[in-house]
Design a binder for this molecule. Sequence first.
Ligand code: ATP
Ligand code: MG
Ligand code: MG
Length: 548
Amino acid sequence: EKKVPSNFIRNIVLEDLESGKYKEIITRFPPEPNGYLHIGHAKAIIVDFETADEFNGKTNLRFDDTNPIKEDIEYIESIKEDVRWLGYEWDNLFFASDYFEEMYERAKLLIKKGKAYVDDLSAEKIREYRGTLTQSGKESPYRNRSVEENLALFEAMRNGEFKDGEKVLRAKIDMASPNINMRDPILYRIAHATHHRTGDKWCIYPMYDFAHPLEDAIEGVTHSFCTLEFEDHRPLYDWVVRECEMEHRPKQIEFARLNMTNTVMSKRKLKQLVDHEIVDSWDDPRMPTISGLRRRGYTPEAIQNFCKEIGVSKSNSVVDSQMLDHFVREDLKMKAPRTMAILRPLKVIITNYPEGKVEYLEAENNPDNPQMGVRKIPFSREIYIEQEDFMENPPKKYFRLFPGNEVRLKHAYFIKCNEVIKDEKGNVVELHCTYDPETKSGTGFTGRKVKGTIHWVEASHAIPAEMRLYQSLILEDEEQEEKDFLERINPNSLEILQGFVEPNMKNVKPQDKFQFFRHGYFNVDPKYTTEDKLVFNRIVSLKSSFKL
Ligand code: ATP
Ligand code: MG
Ligand code: MG
């Protein structure tokens, strides 16, 4: 069952269908292939695909590949993979670069109509002449070139007769417009760069504000969703569609972008984290990229439910990143098998347990979901427990193991600590305990009670595993607020531990997810796990102060 909450976008689409303005809804997701997708893009993907889907429309994936300098095939492949993994399949796959010839012709049409001209001003001068919000712009001395001269110069631009930056094509609109976007925006620039699809065929490339409305119009897009920053560009979007005499008239609709606490959300910034080797790659489990979230262990369902919960609106806000964690816990609660794992091992010898004996105890795989059945776990004289489950001199209300105290081993017996073994430096290296056979789990023993239950893994069968624990990559507090994100990197964002898991984890596969009793949800890392090495990423811990 799909949950699509009502929102202003849906209402516009519904109205346009009912009034007959459009017969069929066509949307598009239009990434520029200049980086990997992030959680902000997931919001856009869900708006684009789910809105069309609700009205039996179509959604296309279109690569907005109009800037060869920053783009790459690698990004195209990752974007396709990420969209599919999120659970969406596009109706058509398009590339803006396929329309370069048509765009060029439309630009010539503008020149012929006296609506565009070639300008020789430098980028700096153009900026200066553009004016400000309170100051009207100044016309370029090249603004009144004849149509013939403009056509000849534009063709010469295309033919490679000028260097980068020597000339641009500009729309001739209104240098006094209160909307700065309408002050003769640049339509084409020169860039002698090899494009990943068109090679060296072109050395002029259309600007976003010119290309995007044409792409939408060519593809018959009815509703073109974008983020709020483009609201002031809408008059230009409509101008391009109208003046280029496009038959189909798409409608641009803006919604608030997703911002999250402790998260940078821009491909440009995320690329810096990769380039500076602050993370190991775009799919580092600390990255808010779709591929990073996937590798960390987040599920498409969790991301979808998160995006649906935040909804779409017209006002910008910052979402607590703990909300995404809430949805992954909700999703994995019933799905992930529970198992015991030791992150920081401490050896325990059960001195009254027969040497050489191994017994198998029964453990449920998910008490919240009995259908997941039970498993057998070995128990013997030697086990590992967590270092933090023992204290030699405990404070009050510490109910775990300390000298003379008895605790319950989950799924097994009560054990009592009798002796603490230390190394030369005084570090606790081993505990000697005794168990009480009467207290076996599941036998209904009621003779006496203990206050603490701890988890454990039998030592001779345990499988060593690397545990990777994460904290936010970016720090955020009042002192830090003014600083650049590269100065707010959390030095403790990754902690690597060598622990143990139950022998039933022998056959796990990359991306398998588990709840480690008391520690949280973990995912088998697909990159660092090999035949002889098991690596887990902690997705989230179990507890949270977050409330919906
Ligand atoms: P970035 O600044 O991270 O590079 P972008 O907007 O330049 O993002 P595009 O590839 O051009 O990236 O974006 C594709 C689509 O995703 C656009 O429709 C854009 O509006 C949308 N989008 C990008 N970031 C967000 C966000 N944080 N929240 C919602 N939608 C977003
Ligand atoms: Mg962009
Ligand atoms: Mg951007």
